[in-house]
Design a protein around this ligand. Structure first.
Ligand SMILES: Cc1cc2nc3c(=O)[nH]c(=O)nc-3n(C[C@H](O)[C@H](O)[C@H](O)COP(=O)(O)O)c2cc1C
Length: 343
């Protein structure tokens, strides 16, 4: 039996997701600036820009090569993943998408589906302490098959949350360092804000003492990437939080090549924002990423088809990536180079 396509999953999810309209293409237009909800800040244009920037990257076809079965696997954080796509972090599913899932049931299903498909899910964080506690419990219950993301809270709160996270033995710990811009965190308790290199270095050190990689999510400039490197991070996610933290910023696809050129030898460079198909994954890899994260479409897949829905969507992405690799002459993910696209 074939699985459900993304369009079928979106149809099944329609009407159950609050401000999310479960569109057949998740391009940021319908949810625009609805926060709470899955929209973007201010005009809502940044999420749309993220999506459109990938569409302007053209892939170069070359089918004169011996036949091969493309290998979509990658090694990341010492783990072999079946495809270079991970499920991105989502904090507070109830606040943004309504009551169908609790954060715990969302995380349980999402992490299990990702692990079952041979990849990793990332968990999110929010004002209620229970969000992160539940995420750590779920990752621990899956033998560490997941990545915890902690918001840039005050030093004491980060210390406690980091302790919980490291005890779960996750594949990595991340901090969404751009979280300071989230409208629903402003003026709340615990406080969240920006962080300097020295405090980030302490966090990286604590992670390394527990043999756990540390990733900074929300890097949009070469300058930011150099500071992440100085702070001792092992990886970065080129991300603008799907447009939710600052209006008027560049698309992630636009800044990825220069950031990858600057730090790609020293840091694992990941990217997210508007990546929706296996072709988009190919584009991101060609522009310098080692793997991608996708967030909003996986919520739709889960609302439309539960654990099976997430796995079906991952299978669709893998198929699309594999087809594009065959059509462009890349037998392995390492063969996908910047010469295979133009923009
Ligand atoms: C409703 C919602 C909640 C999110 N919560 C988190 C979070 O807790 N931590 C985090 O690092 N990113 C969070 N993100 C950002 C996503 O992980 C991702 O960076 C962003 O949505 C861009 O990817 P996408 O276009 O594939 O959705 C959230 C995004 C949405 C839409």
């Amino acid at each position: 039996m074939g699985g459900m396509s993304y369009v079928e999953l979106a149809e099944a999810a329609h009407g159950q997701m609050g401000a999310c309209k479960a569109c057949p293409i998740c391009d940021g237009r319908a949810c625009k600036n609805h926060i709470p909800g899955p929209g973007a800040k201010g005009t809502g244009m940044v999420a749309i820009r993220n999506y459109e920037a990938w569409q302007s990257v053209m892939v170069h076809m070359d089918t004169i090569h011996e036949p091969f079965v493309p290998d979509t696997s990658v090694t990341l954080f010492d783990r072999q993943l079946s495809l270079p796509v991970m499920v991105g972090p989502l904090g507070d599913v109830n606040l943004h998408y309504g009551p169908k899932y609790t954060m715990d049931s969302y995380n349980d299903v999402m992490l299990r589906a990702a692990a079952g498909a041979g990849t990793l899910g990332w968990t999110g964080d929010g004002l209620a302490a229970s969000l992160h506690e539940g995420a750590c419990r779920a990752i621990s219950g899956l033998d560490g098959c997941g990545i915890c993301t902690i918001k840039p809270w005050s030093r004491d709160v980060v210390r406690d949350k980091l302790k919980l996270a490291l005890a779960a033995r996750p594949a990595a710990v991340a901090m969404d360092i751009d979280g300071a811009g989230l409208p629903f965190l402003k003026g709340q308790q615990p406080p969240a804000g920006t962080k300097g290199v020295s405090q980030l270095r302490e966090i990286a050190k604590a992670c390394h003492a527990a043999d756990t990689p540390f990733v900074l999510k929300g890097i949009m400039t070469e300058r930011g990437a150099e500071k992440a490197l100085k702070a001792g991070a092992d990886g970065i996610v080129v991300s603008n939080h799907g447009g939710r933290v600052q209006d008027g910023v560049e698309a992630t696809a636009t800044v990825l090549p220069e950031i990858a050129r600057a730090v790609g030898e020293e840091l694992i460079v990941l990217v997210d924002g508007g990546i929706r198909t296996g072709i988009d994954v190919f584009r991101a890899l060609a522009l310098g990423a080692s793997a991608v994260l996708m967030c909003r479409p996986f919520v739709v897949a889960m609302y439309g088809g539960g654990e099976r829905g997430v796995r079906d969507y991952l299978a669709q992405l893998r198929g699309e990536l594999s087809n594009t690799m065959e059509m462009c002459g890349a037998e392995t993910v390492a063969d996908i180079t910047d010469g295979m696209v133009s923009w």
